[in-house]
Design a protein around this ligand. Structure first.
Ligand code: ADP
Ligand code: MG
Length: 483
């Protein structure tokens, strides 16, 4: 029997897709040489003043609307004071008691089960710089250095209630949030570059116990796989510690992918350690109804609504609809393909997009947004399968040719290669007579009751036409002749 209940709450730092920083005009582009994108505000020269980037606020409002949260009409920036070499001001500008986004929720799916994760809040803040050590590249060779390019990059920190009950739920939440942020276009989601980083707060308690257990916070998980491994390890470690009669101390821990273990980094500081106070350099952030409505009018249809519509409008299975709404680009591609192929072929389009296209994109590491086979081209291809011009097998060859850019349309390739299916009755009859005459052994076996021999005969006919005979007609005619 399972005795322990796992409790997880997640804090996510999402880097917002703005051109410039949250309180200065320097660029947020990734990958520049150290300190080339840090101006007087970012390096905290005395006397400089921060100016809030409106686009960062637009992003926060967009997020709030996407999760059904309240957008605070008045929120306040606060100073979170701590010392670290990559934070030259000595404080981080964040929001504390009055964040810009309050509440909200996100639906997650684990297997067939749907669950709602409640959000506590989301607030705007600035990122810190980075310490670079010898091994971090060719800069600062042999020394440690500070790169302030990232200092002042806008972040939205999104905090959940302690609603998740397993590593699988935590990962499902992180994936759903990641997809949503990309869908609404406020975060590029690039986890290698640190655009999306999660902290998982993990505790365990005996089933039936009302009070939450003491949590440890696993910092900076930058892949879903690491999140799963880190939580799995942490949970078994906490249970083993408690069953041994030990206690859990509230702490911040780091996951080491090499050993697969979590290790305490520091005992956790409390909010009062940070001496938060309202930043006197920034006025309260006031957001009126008009601003919110203007952002609302630009919101795309959200993933869940899109999923339901794909099921309702095209008769897709919930599974297909889920796969096709993995990203806005994919959903858009799919609907464009259906617009070309015709609604009656929506299901075939779904198969082609989720199987053939997805596999190829994955293999060649392409995003659907720059697929070599366009939605129109795929739609035309599907239409040719549907009207019997080509078989599915030939269609795969046409798809390859389109992928390689051999021609602009399926029709062109089919005509050029002479790949039309042979559906002509007389031609097929001649073909089948030849196959029967050429394979007397199979015919005898079939007559002796071996159904396999029938399939072998169909195979011979397909082979003789290099796959171009219509398999259904071959099969029908063959049965008739053998009867
Ligand atoms: P802090 O900002 O100091 O990390 P918060 O109280 O804001 O602390 O909580 C941060 C996150 O930890 C939230 O996602 C919250 O749901 C989660 N959390 C709080 N208590 C627990 C607990 N006992 N077990 C698991 N998660 C928790
Ligand atoms: Mg925290």
């Amino acid at each position: 029997m399972k005795e322990w209940e796992v409790v997880i709450g997640i804090e996510t730092h999402a880097q917002l897709s703005t051109q410039s920083k949250i309180f200065s005009g320097s660029s947020t582009a990734f990958g520049a040489a150290p300190n080339l994108q840090a101006n007087a505000v970012d390096i905290a020269l005395p006397g400089v003043l921060p100016v809030l980037n409106k686009v960062a606020v637009d992003c926060a409002i967009r997020f709030g609307l996407a999760v059904g949260a309240e957008i605070a009409p008045r929120s306040v920036f606060a100073r979170k004071n701590y010392f670290y070499p990559d934070l030259p001001k000595g404080y981080q500008i964040s929001q504390y008691e009055l964040p810009v986004v309050l509440g909200g929720q996100l639906k997650i799916h684990v297997g067939d089960i749907e669950k709602t994760v409640h959000l506590t809040r989301a607030h705007l803040e600035e990122d810190a710089g980075k310490s670079l050590h010898e091994q971090s590249g060719h800069h600062f060779q042999g020394r440690s250095g500070i790169d302030l390019n990232r200092a002042g990059t806008p972040l939205l920190e999104i905090v959940t209630e302690p609603d998740m009950r397993s590593a699988a739920e935590a990962v499902a939440y992180a994936r759903a949030l990641h997809a949503l942020l990309r869908w609404i276009g406020i975060c590029d989601g690039n986890m290698q570059e640190g655009s999306f980083r999660c902290d998982a707060n993990v505790s365990v308690r005996r089933f039936g116990q009302a009070q939450l257990g003491i949590r440890r916070e696993i910092k900076n998980l930058n892949s879903f796989r690491f999140m799963q491994q880190a939580i799995d390890y942490e949970v078994q470690w906490q249970i083993a510690t408690l069953e041994d009669g030990g206690g859990i101390e509230q702490a911040t821990v780091l996951f080491d992918p090499g050993s697969g273990e979590t290790r305490a980094m520091r005992t956790k500081e409390d909010a009062h350690d940070y001496r938060y106070f309202p930043d006197p350099d920034l006025p309260p952030l006031l957001i009126d109804r008009q601003w919110v409505e203007q952002i609302r009018s630009q919101m795309p249809e959200l993933p869940n609504a899109r999923r339901e519509r794909l099921v309702a409008d095209y008769g897709l299975s919930p599974y297909d609809a889920k796969v096709l709404t993995a990203s806005l680009e994919l959903a858009t591609y799919y609907e464009a393909a259906v617009a070309t192929a015709g609604r009656a072929n929506a299901k075939t389009c779904a198969n082609w997009v989720t199987v053939e296209l997805a596999a190829r994109l994955n293999k060649e590491d392409h995003e659907v947004g720059c697929s070599p086979v366009s939605a129109r081209q795929l739609g035309e291809l599907v239409a040719r399968i549907a009207d019997g011009t080509i078989s599915t097998n030939i269609a795969r060859k046409v798809f390859d040719a389109l992928w390689n850019g051999d021609a602009d349309s399926a029709d062109e390739i089919i005509a050029k290669q002479g790949w039309h299916q042979i559906t002509d009755h007389d031609a097929l009859e001649t073909l089948i007579d030849e196959v029967l005459a050429g394979n007397p052994g199979m015919v005898t076996e079939f007559r002796a009751g071996k159904e396999k021999a029938f399939n072998a005969l169909v195979g011979q006919a397909m082979k003789a036409t290099r796959g171009q005979a219509n398999p259904q007609r071959v099969s029908d005619l063959l049965r008739k002749k053998l009867a």
